[in-house]
Structure formats: structure tokens, C-alpha cells
Design a protein around this ligand. Structure first.
Ligand code: DGL
Length: 259
């Protein structure tokens, strides 16, 4: 019988912040990770472009005998999950980020508290976090902050550049001014930047949705008892750069397949 895999997708290394949590709770899982580095960043692309990139990855996963897919990407969850989960419903179960973690994000917040969402432009424009969080408490203020440029800092490892610091500082100043109690890392690339965020603003709770998503994936997927943990990595461009940028979450020793 062919091995059954869980597919994990993102535009680049961001989804590794989710994969690392998946492995913690499902050490016996078999995972295929796809980083669409050729089309990264997704956050500044149109919905039709994001749809077409993601659909290609889903078809690739089906060829590889994937049955469950984790959208380790807020942008795809925000923009194309509804459409693709319907189109692929006979072949794949898809776990989206935002819809799965919104309840947890809304916890410990009272009426009129503010929660800030740091995310890509496409995610902010979709208002998906706001819609989903307000299902649990319509009186929470949801402040979306477009953090275009953060993904490139991570993919290109520009952590020490002054320009990067200034861009991040400008966004953190918006958070500070808003009096937000909680900040959602609403793009899976942003956990790579958490030390910089905390250095600028440590007086706020940072919520990384990855752990919550991983737990829900575990609870809703059947792992075959004799599975030994395994991960295979695929990218659509520059496997060597991917390896270097991945380092914060994964020291990848094996070859990464270019597809
Ligand atoms: N890491 C993804 C997200 O969570 C995509 C970022 C991008 O490529 O713009 O939104």
C-alpha cells in the first residue's frame, strides 16, 4: 500500500513554523512540505493568482498520495480556502489556518478589547481574521495591519538591516498606539521575527496560531500505527536559499527536490 502523507504548503519558509509544531504533536506523522518559492510572496498577488498557485500544489499533493493538507499559510486560508476546499472535497481534507484558530485567538479578550492582526496585504484585505474572530465575540475590536515587506526580510534573511528594523518598528508603533492586548502573528513567516517584535514591544501578548492549528490537525487525522516520522521537502525555486532561510526552524540535511 502506498504511504499516505500530510501535505503542508506555504509560499516559502513560513510554513515551517507550522511544520515544527506539527512534528511536536505528531512525531510519527509523514509530511510533504511544499514551499512555492517561485511565486513568493503570495500576499501581494491577486486572488486569481493565489488560486492558481495553490491549485497546482494541491494537484501535486494528490499525485503523491496526500489525503490531508495543512494550509500553513494565512494568505491562502484567507483568499482561496473556501473555493479550493469545495473543489477538492472528494480527494482532500484541508485544514485552513485562520478559520481553525480564530476561537483560540479570541480567548481572554473582553468586550472592547483590541486585538491586532499582523498579516500580508491579501489577508488584511480579505478581513478574514475580523470575520472569524467576531463569530466568537462581535464586541472585540480587530485591527488589521498590513505588514507587506516582512516576508522578504525572512526569505532573504535581512534581520540585521536598518531598513528592516525601521519597517518593523513602524508597524509596532501602530500596535502600541492602538493599545492592543494581543497581537496575532497572522502570517506564518512572522514567528521568524518574534525576537525583533519583542525587543520593540514586549508589553503585549503575541499569539502564534501554529500550535493551536497543529493540535487540531492531530485530533482530526488518523495516523497509521506503524508510521515512522518522515518529512520530504519540495520547492519551486532556489532550494539552497530555502535551506539557508529555513535554519531558524529546520536544519535541513537532506536534499530538497525542485519541482
Ligand atoms: N506565509 C504566508 C502567510 O501566512 C504567505 C506570505 C506571503 O508569501 O506573502 O500568509
Amino acid at each position: 500500500m502506498a504511504e499516505e502523507y500530510i501535505g503542508v504548503l506555504d509560499s516559502g519558509v513560513g510554513g515551517l513554523s507550522v511544520l515544527s509544531e506539527l512534528i511536536k504533536v505528531m512525531p510519527e506523522g509523514r509530511f510533504l512540505y511544499f514551499g512555492d518559492t517561485k511565486n513568493m510572496p503570495y500576499g501581494t498577488k491577486t486572488p486569481d493568482e493565489i488560486y492558481s498557485y495553490t491549485k497546482n500544489i494541491l494537484n501535486f499533493f494528490i499525485e503523491k498520495n496526500v489525503k490531508n493538507v495543512v494550509f500553513a499559510c494565512n494568505t491562502t486560508s484567507a483568499v482561496v480556502y473556501d473555493r479550493l476546499s469545495e473543489e477538492f472535497k472528494n480527494n482532500l481534507k484541508i485544514f485552513p489556518l485562520i478559520q481553525t484558530v480564530a476561537k483560540k485567538a479570541s480567548e481572554n479578550l473582553k468586550d472592547n478589547d483590541t486585538i491586532a492582526i499582523l498579516a500580508t496585504r491579501a489577508t488584511i484585505n480579505s478581513k478574514k481574521y475580523e470575520i472569524e474572530i467576531k463569530k466568537y465575540n462581535p464586541k472585540i475590536n480587530v485591527l488589521g495591519i498590513d505588514c507587506t515587506g516582512f516576508v522578504e526580510i525572512v526569505e532573504n534573511r535581512l534581520y540585521d538591516d536598518e531598513k528592516s528594523f525601521n519597517l518593523i518598528k513602524a508597524k509596532m508603533d501602530i500596535v502600541k498606539k492602538s493599545g492592543a492586548k494581543k497581537v496575532v502573528l497572522g502570517c506564518t513567516h512572522y514567528p521568524y521575527l518574534i525576537d525583533i517584535f519583542k525587543k520593540i514591544n514586549s508589553n503585549v501578548e503575541y499569539f502564534n496560531p501554529a500550535g493551536c492549528l497543529a493540535q487540531i490537525v492531530k485530533e482530526n487525522t488518523a495516523i497509521i500505527a506503524d508510521n515512522k516520522g518522515e518529512i520530504k521537502f519540495y520547492v519551486s525555486k532556489n532550494p539552497d536559499e530555502f535551506k539557508k532561510s529555513a535554519k531558524i526552524f529546520f536544519d535541513i540535511k537532506d536534499d530538497i527536490e525542485l519541482v
